[in-house]
Design a protein around this ligand. Structure first.
Ligand SMILES: Nc1ncnc2c1ncn2[C@@H]1O[C@H](COP(=O)(O)OP(=O)(O)O)[C@@H](O)[C@H]1O
Ligand SMILES: [Mg+2]
Length: 332
């Protein structure tokens, strides 16, 4: 506990996506702060993270793509006395960002980066051009009529400009194969990066000053989720994460993904402008990103720099046993 924490006014924080590991890690972090009252939200009454909190701190909300999502969340935040909203679901980011002023008028702040940073991270082509010249960026072009398959070295990667969860990604091995594919401006062609992959968790304060940059390596992945991994001290990667966050103007917690090229140099894959699912590893390494990010959002100064220790993590499923009525009551 920070020395002055008991004297802080209390704050009510709503964390969305309670069924996912990112929300669970944010809840685990913030519940250690005695000035924080937490509320967990999800679209599904079976979302595990809801049950980390008492019954009056659980709430169901629509999916991010539902036309009623923003109005329901705003009304719910007002009813529950929420001061800060922390979204952890990709599909919620844009709708919430476009309603930022409405929420602010109701006294509710969002832990979201500025609109420009959000736009950049949701568009892998725009992000690549923004970061070119600041960090190494793989050759990236829109998959439109102007793309010349003969000008590329193979393999290449074809993936959506705005995508997540590795959906619709293909590795294309020849110019003939690429020439035979249907072109779409919603897709990009990218140089294939054959080397080791890193997730760099970056914490920037509310003004965008980078306070910590923590590279992680996934040791084992099960169904897309990192189930074992380690943090790694590597000044090249730490500076890479910080440079990308600064170039994109990110604030609070972001996750910069990179992979080494044929020459072994880290190059940019993408950025997720939110807490990643493997955040407990970064927290255990010495950087409690959700608490520090919330402190900055609340106007408390952060240290200029927070360092970390290399740490390894293994993960397993855990159980909570409930009276069935607890789930049924929420779903009703
Ligand atoms: N240019 C590339 N070279 C090698 N692997 C890639 C490349 N682009 C994507 N991948 C692989 O596909 C995964 C998902 O791609 P990414 O750009 O992170 O999109 P998503 O938003 O779907 O996570 C990456 O983690 C990486 O393993
Ligand atoms: Mg990714």
């Amino acid at each position: 506990m920070q020395p002055d924490e008991t004297a802080r006014p209390s704050v009510t924080v709503l964390v969305t996506g309670a069924g996912g590991p990112a929300a669970v890690s944010v809840i685990k972090s913030l519940r250690a702060d005695p000035s924080v009252r937490l509320v967990a939200a999800d679209m599904d009454a079976w979302a595990a993270g809801l049950y980390l909190l008492p019954p009056d701190a659980r709430t169901l909300i629509p999916a991010g793509l539902d036309p009623d999502f923003v109005s329901v969340v705003l009304a719910r935040c007002a009813a529950l006395g929420v001061d800060v909203l922390i979204p952890t679901v990709d599909a919620e980011m844009r709708p919430l960002a476009s309603a930022r002023a409405e929420f602010a008028a109701a006294g509710i702040e969002m832990m979201l980066p500025p609109a420009r940073a959000l736009d950049l991270t949701l568009d892998k082509l725009a992000l690549a051009s923004c970061c070119a010249g600041r960090v190494l960026v793989p050759r990236t072009e829109p998959f439109d009529a102007t793309l010349d398959p003969a000008s590329w070295e193979y393999p290449v990667v074809v993936k959506p400009r705005t995508g997540s969860g590795s959906r619709d990604i293909s590795v294309v091995v020849s110019s003939q194969e690429l020439a035979g594919m249907e072109r779409s401006v919603d897709f990009i062609v990218q140089e294939y990066l054959p080397g080791e992959e890193y997730s760099i968790d970056v914490l920037a304060d509310a003004a965008g000053h980078v306070v910590a940059s923590v590279p992680r390596v996934r040791a084992r992945v099960d169904s897309g989720v990192s189930v074992a991994g380690r943090t790694i001290h590597d000044p090249g990667l730490e500076n890479f994460g910080a440079a990308v966050a600064t170039a994109a103007g990110l604030t609070y917690i972001a996750n910069v993904q990179a992979r080494r090229d044929t020459a072994g140099r880290p190059a940019l894959l993408e950025v997720n402008p939110r807490a990643p699912g493997a955040l407990p590893l970064t927290m255990a390494s010495g950087v409690d990103m959700p608490r520090l990010a919330l402190d900055s959002l609340r106007g408390y100064p952060l240290p200029r720099h927070v360092d970390f220790q290399e740490t390894a993590m293994v993960r397993f499923l855990d159980e909570r046993f409930l009276d069935l009525s607890e789930v049924q009551k929420l779903a009703a």
